[in-house]
Design a protein around this ligand. Structure first.
Ligand code: UT7
Length: 330
């Protein structure tokens, strides 16, 4: 239990202008708008220019969050970037972001928890603020998914897009207080390898054969992830409500990881919770991994989908395997 309350002082998000529509994908692989829409709910996703990198997307989202928080980059004491599409293996994307933001007083590091990453960063950031260690922490989920996607694999290339979302965490000023965070992982199960980018690390360093097999790009066993996602999202949302001592029906809004509309419909049904209270923007952006939830949360706030005083639950799942929830009094 943190001794100090911690709040999300401000959010920011960014999506690049470029779009990949379902019609574009029809020209690239053997698929159809009808198949993609009915199986996923996705209509288009964003694509950043090839001369940009993940820290550029992070910079755009972070600048907005810092501005809205009314602080200067020099006030930041820690910057945590969650990503599975880093600028480089090392240095960290957070250090590249530091240079762009000119936040010279911050310690900067990355977190790798795939699509659950933003909530892992939120947990770390809350620990820093809650312990009294820091007054201003920047957390960012930033992904350049189109650079790690195999556009010859029709089962995965339809899913992903580029985006970034950021939050400034501060000691609570009573608004947007983080009430609870839960994170979990399972690296043991068979399904742990159902989302993987094999090549480029020490198990499988880059070599021509691996590149020829396209192992520098992510591979997803969609069906397996689909089942895991429904089970875990249902479980974390139920448990988040239990820890507040309320039924799920008293959650005002759920901001889920934006992976697949059918996954969210199944979860709503299992929870007996109205589908309309799930915020959904995956039709416009697809799955942007660690950026998906902060982008959705920022949009939900801007659009008035969530309002002051609402009890909001964020719920995610991702590679690792990882899953997490966060409960916020907005
Ligand atoms: O953040 C976590 C990242 N991962 C995910 O979010 C993935 C979660 N999983 C999913 O969203 C779904 O499993 C997919 C959208 C990936 C696939 O949908 P599905 O309903 O689970 O389809 P499936 O994998 O069971 O495949 C059904 C059929 C197969 O054909 P056959 O074997 O029945 O002839 C696939 O080859 O659909 C075929 N298929 C496609 N057809 C047209 C797979 N991808 C496509 C495609 N267009 N793009």
């Amino acid at each position: 239990m943190s001794p100090r309350k911690t709040c999300i002082a401000a959010m920011g998000s960014y999506v690049p202008e470029g779009r990949i529509t379902n019609e574009d994908l029809e020209r690239m692989v053997d698929t159809s708008d009808e198949w993609i829409t009915s199986r996923t709910g996705i209509k288009e996703r964003r694509k950043a220019p090839p001369d940009k990198c993940t820290s550029d997307l992070a910079y755009e989202a972070a600048s907005v969050a810092i501005d809205r928080a009314g602080i200067s980059p020099a006030d930041l004491e820690a910057v945590i970037v969650s990503t599975i599409s880093p600028d480089m293996n090392f240095p960290s994307t957070a250090c590249f972001l530091q240079k762009k933001l000119r936040c010279l007083n911050a310690a900067c590091w990355d977190i790798s928890a795939a699509c659950s990453g933003f909530l892992y960063a939120l947990r770390s950031g809350r620990a820093l603020v809650g312990s009294g260690d820091c007054e201003n922490v920047l957390i960012v989920g930033s992904e350049f998914m189109t650079k790690i996607t195999n556009y010859e694999d029709r089962s995965s290339c339809i899913l992903f897009g580029d985006a970034a979302g950021a939050a400034v965490l501060q000691p609570s000023n009573s608004r947007r207080e983080i009430l609870d965070i839960f994170t979990a992982s399972d690296g043991y199960s068979e399904a742990a390898m159902s989302m993987v980018l094999r090549c480029g690390g020490t198990q499988s360093p880059f070599c021509q054969e691996a590149l020829d097999r396209k192992e520098h790009l992510q591979v997803i066993r969609g069906r397996e992830v689909y089942k895991f996602a429904i089970t875990k999202l249902t479980e974390v949302i139920t448990q988040a409500a239990e820890r507040q001592g309320i039924p799920v029906s008293e959650i005002d809004a759920i901001i889920p990881h934006q992976a697949n509309l059918r996954i969210l419909q199944s979860v709503a049904k299992r929870l007996d919770y109205p589908e309309e209270r799930f915020f959904i923007n995956l039709d416009k952006y697809g799955n942007s991994s660690a950026a998906s939830v902060p982008l959705a949360l920022d949009e939900a706030d801007r659009q008035g989908f969530i309002k002051e005083g609402d009890l909001v639950v964020l719920a995610v799942f991702g590679g690792g395997l990882t899953w997490a929830s966060a409960t916020i009094r907005w």
